[in-house]
Design a protein around this ligand. Structure first.
Ligand code: TRP
Length: 324
């Protein structure tokens, strides 16, 4: 069975975009792969090293979301990155094989540097730490969205160069591109927590209703009878996911028969119904924190078994075992 590794930063509430874009896909893969899912707390520090007060809660809530979203701890190891210290060791070793321009050319680096004014040494090394996450488990496949593709290529390139330099040690991992429509938020931009345009998994039905009422709609459809353009409307995008037979939205929207208020009401109902089982499960899990923590402990134990075996091979191949 091939191995998969993926990771997510514990930056707060998971939203529908995270669920549709990552979590649901992981849950579908867990039967066919040996899976490692890493809550990357060290990566979260690269952007906000001074904001550690919420980290513990965010990590816990992320584990809850993973479990509520259908990940089965018997099938995959869910663990916290910093609980497996080998991530740091391999990051250091891989950093020796990485040139600075390789990192400064990456679009993710350029974008965030501009947006957030980040320029720390730790932030520069973000993709090298990510490569360490992947190679440490000798992962074959890494399920990520398009924006992360270059990071996986870097990991694969590092594996190849490491193997050429020190002898065959790592698999060369490849991207398992997650194809999903980008979910847009209330302001018609990509749904994201930092833009505060999201619907969180943990939102109540009433909060969801309130948020949807404020959602951006086709600006040319001002009154009910105006013809709408569903293909340009983030509400229709959500209908595509949550409303079976969503085609009966398109024609009446276009003709003007269906107004935005009614359209949103239908979406609210369908969305809440679809997400209800996840929210239910979530509530139960939050009441059993000991169980959630046990899942993380067991996940870290499984991860360590694999990571320590790979690291032994790394040290051996690098001729850095000094005595037995
Ligand atoms: N960089 C990824 C993101 O921002 C998160 C991540 C960290 C990751 N380590 C990983 C993803 C390893 C896949 C594999 O989404």
């Amino acid at each position: 069975m091939d191995t998969i590794l993926s990771g997510m930063q514990p930056t707060g509430q998971l939203h529908l975009g995270n669920y549709e874009g990552a979590l649901k896909n992981w849950a579908n893969l867990q039967d066919s792969y040996n899976m490692f899912l890493c809550i990357v707390d060290w990566h979260a520090l690269t952007a906000e090293y001074d904001k550690t007060a919420d980290l513990k809660e965010n990590v816990f809530q992320m584990a809850v979301d993973f479990l509520a979203g259908g990940l089965d701890p018997d099938k995959c190891a869910i663990f916290i990155q910093s609980e497996v210290k080998e991530h740091a060791e391999l990051h250091l070793l891989l950093s020796m094989l990485t040139t600075v321009p390789t990192l400064t050319r990456l679009p993710t680096y350029i974008e965030k540097k501009e947006q957030k004014g980040l320029d720390s040494y730790g932030f520069l090394g973000y993709p090298v730490l990510q490569a360490a996450d992947i190679l440490l488990y000798n992962a074959h496949k890494v399920p990520v969205g398009k924006d992360q593709e270059k990071h996986i290529w870097l990991a694969s390139d590092l594996a190849k160069r490491f193997n050429n330099t020190y002898g065959k040690t790592f698999n060369e991992p490849s991207v398992l591109l997650t194809k999903f429509p980008t979910i847009l938020g209330s302001d018609n931009r990509k749904m994201s927590k930092s833009l505060n345009n999201h619907i969180a998994i943990e939102d109540t039905e009433e909060e969801t209703e309130k948020k949807l009422k404020r959602f951006f709609t086709d600006p040319t459809k001002v009154r009910k009878n105006d013809p709408g353009h569903p293909e340009e409307c983030p509400v229709y995008l959500l209908h595509q996911i949550y409303t079976g037979g969503h085609e009966d939205i398109v024609a009446p929207c276009k003709s003007g028969e269906l107004g935005c208020v009614d359209c949103k009401k239908r979406l609210t109902k369908n969305l809440n119904e679809t997400v209800a089982p996840i929210r239910e499960k979530r509530k139960k899990l939050v009441e059993k924190p000991d169980y959630v923590i046990d899942v993380l402990k067991e996940g870290a134990r499984k991860a360590r078994v694999r990571a320590s075996a790979v690291m032994e091979k790394v040290r051996e191949n690098m001729k850095m075992v000094y005595y037995k």
